[in-house]
Design a protein around this ligand. Structure first.
Ligand SMILES: [Mn+2]
Length: 452
């Protein structure tokens, strides 16, 4: 847990406390705080710690972000997305307001997860931002809308905060339809050695196709795609989605270079940068003959990466397919670490808990991902020693690899490990982690009381 050693929390003792709390929470990622803190004095100190105004989300998570960016090598994907952390089932929390429709009782967490582009290994969080949703004004025209700060601005802020990669490193930002905005493209364009793959949301956006080096007249994305010749057919294996098993999809691929012209209503940001237009490539993947009852996959993707061959187009699709890992991280936070079930009474405390939990969730995700991508990795290299030893005792067998460890940790939580059960999910992993935690605490208590 070197991550918390460099926290800037105002004074050294507070830093010390942050490290202690983080280490305990790392040992017991699924428990709520009373379970995590061993005795009453420690528990009180922990509550005081999160109440301290200097102990903010940023201060707790920043060392991890910096460490992640510094360790990046070669080509890395940065998967960006926002999730809602909601405490709606709980009693009053100081600092939260109850809003209307679409207004969560809690906060938004925007995460940028770094993943190795070649092997899919989870490297950590490159940046995060915690913010509160503000309702949009009821009546406004397009000009007013372009001028006020908006929730989608967070994509650009995070891109700027991550900034330019170190020498020999290339960043590829991957975003869903929420990031299809001129401002986001402009932020990305400003960073060197930053590429992107972003799913197109505005199919009625005006673009100018690039035809033999010249800009054709402006038409809408949908019309450009409809007029394109078939670039080729390829296949892509898709992971399982809710209500759909994994499948190999046959895809028609179409590619076109386009330029986005200067918009009629420029935001202050675009005006400042003198945005006049931007060239990039649109890649369309359209599934043919999907299984019965399954909606065909259709992705229209913006990308800055060069795409001229069918293989390059398929590489873009594979990059976008990796985006599911950020959804996994959100599950790791909510289901794997029960972030929305913490018993603190103020928003400030819950924000601090979110800072520490984020780092722990990313560690659990990295382990789960490793069990999938490099299952033969020795467990002893990547799992805390005490965890491994205790799980081997409880499961009455040696657990040499990381895959054995993850499966048996889930097995402790009710995962049956039959042939057709696939890989364990977050609920069984969480229950398993809790049981392992209790066993470790019992062992520690016996050692203290009886000298065993
Ligand atoms: Mn999203």
């Amino acid at each position: 847990m070197t991550n918390f050693g460099t926290c800037d929390l105002g004074d050294a003792r507070r830093t010390q406390r942050a490290v202690q709390v983080a280490v305990r929470m790392a040992d017991h990622p699924g428990g709520s705080s009373p379970q995590q803190m061993t005795d009453w004095a420690e528990l009180k100190a922990c509550y005081r710690f999160f109440h301290n105004p200097a102990v903010t989300f940023d201060a707790l998570a920043r060392p991890h972000w910096e460490q992640t960016c510094a360790a990046a090598k070669g080509r890395v994907l940065i998967l960006n997305d926002t999730t809602t952390i909601s405490y709606k089932e709980r009693r009053e929390v100081k600092g939260f307001t109850r809003g209307g429709k679409g207004m969560p009782y809690g906060f938004q967490l925007h995460n940028a997860l770094m993943v190795d582009a070649d092997d899919g290994a989870v490297l950590g969080l490159a940046r995060q931002e915690l913010f509160y949703r503000v309702p949009a004004p009821k009546k406004e025209n397009r000009r007013q809308r372009a001028r006020r700060p908006r929730e989608t601005d967070v994509w650009g802020r995070i891109i700027d905060a991550i900034g330019v990669p170190a020498d020999g490193v290339e960043y590829i930002h991957v975003c869903d339809r929420g990031a299809d905005s001129l401002e986001v493209f402009c932020h990305l364009q400003q960073q060197q050695r930053c590429q992107w793959v972003i799913r197109c949301s505005h199919l009625n956006r005006e673009v100018q196709p690039v035809v033999s080096g010249e800009l054709a007249s402006a038409t809408r994305v949908e019309r450009v795609m409809a007029g394109l010749p078939l670039g080729g057919t390829t296949s892509l294996s898709l992971r399982a989605r809710p209500g759909q098993p994994a499948r190999t999809a046959t895809l028609e691929v179409r590619v076109v270079a386009v330029s986005i012209p200067q918009p009629r209503h420029r935001t202050p940001y675009l005006r400042e940068r003198d945005f006049r237009g931007l060239r990039q490539t649109l890649v369309e993947l359209r599934e043919v003959a999907p299984p019965r009852g399954v909606a065909p996959l259709r992705w229209v993707l913006w990308t800055s990466l060069p795409v001229t061959t069918l293989d390059e187009a398929l590489a873009i699709a594979k990059i976008y397919e990796q985006r599911w890992l950020i959804e996994e991280l959100h599950k790791a936070m909510k289901t794997g670490c029960q972030l929305e079930d913490r018993q603190y009474e103020s928003a400030h405390c819950l924000e601090g808990v979110a800072g520490i939990t984020s780092v722990l969730a990313v560690r659990l995700l990295a382990l789960k991902q490793l069990a999938r991508s490099a299952p033969q990795t020795p467990a002893a290299d990547v799992v805390p020693k005490e965890w491994l030893r205790m799980l081997e005792i409880l499961r009455k067998r040696p657990l040499p690899t990381v895959r054995d460890f993850i499966r048996h940790l889930a097995g402790l939580g009710g995962f049956l490990m039959r042939k057709g059960d696939g890989e364990p999910g977050w609920i069984t992993l969480w229950r398993g982690t809790q049981k392992l935690t209790i066993a470790l605490q019992t062992q520690a208590a016996l050692k203290r009381k009886c000298g065993l």
